[in-house]
Every structure is written in structure tokens, then in C-alpha cells.
Design a protein around this ligand. Structure first.
Ligand code: IMP
Ligand code: MG
Length: 180
């Protein structure tokens, strides 16, 4: 059985919720007079998306896309495998893309371009975590929760080999849990 006690969290569940309230207020203000479609990227954004939506004080709609990212696996490979796309035509609509983390930026850049090509009225991006030191392409989230150092983190949706997503806090993955 894999242990799930990683000692001191990088961000506690309370800290995460406080940050989400801040992001939620900004988003509610910015889209007060707009009809917004929020698109979450599965699986990593699942908990962030659900808490963020409940912090909003405006009426929104939601959709999801399911992607796997292979941006770390070198050149020549499509950086993102789309397992399930949104169903809705987003032309002339206001869209907010919600991701767990921006690391090299390759995944977000790819997804952003894919949605822009569909002609939305506006497209903004909201991420919970920003590992800005590792950026390889020029991209910034419009709404970002926490800036984090160059460490591999898990919990609150973020995984290592599809595990640890269910931790209610965010922790640095201990070296002994990593293989290879
Ligand atoms: P990017 O394309 O390098 O920005 O990578 C983005 C994707 O890599 C994210 O959507 C995550 O799925 C994954 N990722 C990057 N850093 C971490 C981390 O520290 N923990 C868990 N997943 C991560
Ligand atoms: Mg992800």
C-alpha cells in the first residue's frame, strides 16, 4: 500500500481555500456582465475546478476536457493527447480555461491555441499553481493561485503516476516515493 502522509504540506487545505476565494472574487468581478463558460482540464483540475466554481458569485456554465500531457517526453511528440474534447461550439463565447499547474507551459500553450482557433469572444486561463522557473514557452496565466519552486508536487488533484490526487492538501513528493 502506498503511504499518503507527506508530513508538512506546502499548502494546507485552508490555504488553498483562501486562495480560491481570492481568485473567485476577481473572476466574479471581471465577468459580472458576461456569460461565462468555464472549461476544466481533467484530471488534474478536478478539485480546483469544483471549489473555484463554488466560490463564484456569478452564473456560469461548465464543461471539461480530458487530456494527458507528454510535454516532458521530448520533441516531435504531440505535447497533448486529447482523450475527450468539450462538446460545445465556443465561437463568440467567453471562455475560462482551468488547469491545475503551469510548468514548462507547453500544455497550456497548446490548449490555449486550440481553443483560440475556434473563435471565442475571449479566452482566459486560470491555474492554481505556477512553476515559473521551469517555463520553456512564453505563457502566463491570467489568474494564478500560488507560485511554487521547482519541486514536484502532488495532492488536491495533482498526481504522480495517477496517485495522490486525493490528498486534501498540496505536498512536495518525497524523493523516496519517486521511481527511477
Ligand atoms: P507543462 O506542459 O510542462 O506546463 O506541464 C503541465 C502538466 O504537467 C500539468 O498539467 C500537470 O499535469 C503536469 N505537472 C507539471 N508539474 C507537475 C507537478 O509538480 N506535479 C504534478 N503534475 C505536474
Ligand atoms: Mg494536468
Amino acid at each position: 500500500m502506498v503511504g499518503i502522509d507527506f508530513g508538512k504540506p506546502l499548502f494546507t487545505s485552508e490555504e488553498i481555500q483562501r486562495k480560491i476565494q481570492e481568485l473567485g472574487s476577481r473572476i466574479s468581478k471581471d465577468y459580472a456582465d458576461k456569460d461565462l463558460l468555464v472549461v476544466g482540464v481533467l484530471k488534474g483540475a478536478i478539485f480546483f475546478m469544483s471549489d473555484l466554481l463554488r466560490s463564484l458569485r456569478i452564473s456560469v456554465r461548465m464543461d471539461f476536457m480530458h487530456c494527458t500531457s507528454s510535454s516532458s517526453k521530448g520533441k516531435g511528440v504531440n505535447p497533448v493527447q486529447m482523450l475527450c474534447d468539450i462538446k460545445e461550439d465556443i465561437k463568440d463565447k467567453h471562455v475560462l480555461l482551468v488547469e491545475d499547474i503551469v510548468d514548462s507551459g507547453v500544455t497550456l500553450q497548446y490548449l490555449k491555441q486550440m481553443l483560440i482557433d475556434r473563435g471565442p469572444a475571449s479566452l482566459k486561463v486560470c491555474v492554481l499553481l505556477d512553476k515559473s522557473e521551469r517555463r520553456k514557452v512564453e505563457i502566463e496565466a491570467d489568474y494564478a493561485g500560488f507560485r511554487i519552486p521547482n519541486k514536484y508536487v502532488v495532492g488536491y488533484g495533482l498526481d504522480y503516476k495517477d496517485r495522490y490526487r486525493n490528498l486534501p492538501y498540496i505536498a512536495v513528493l518525497p524523493l523516496e516515493e519517486r521511481e527511477g
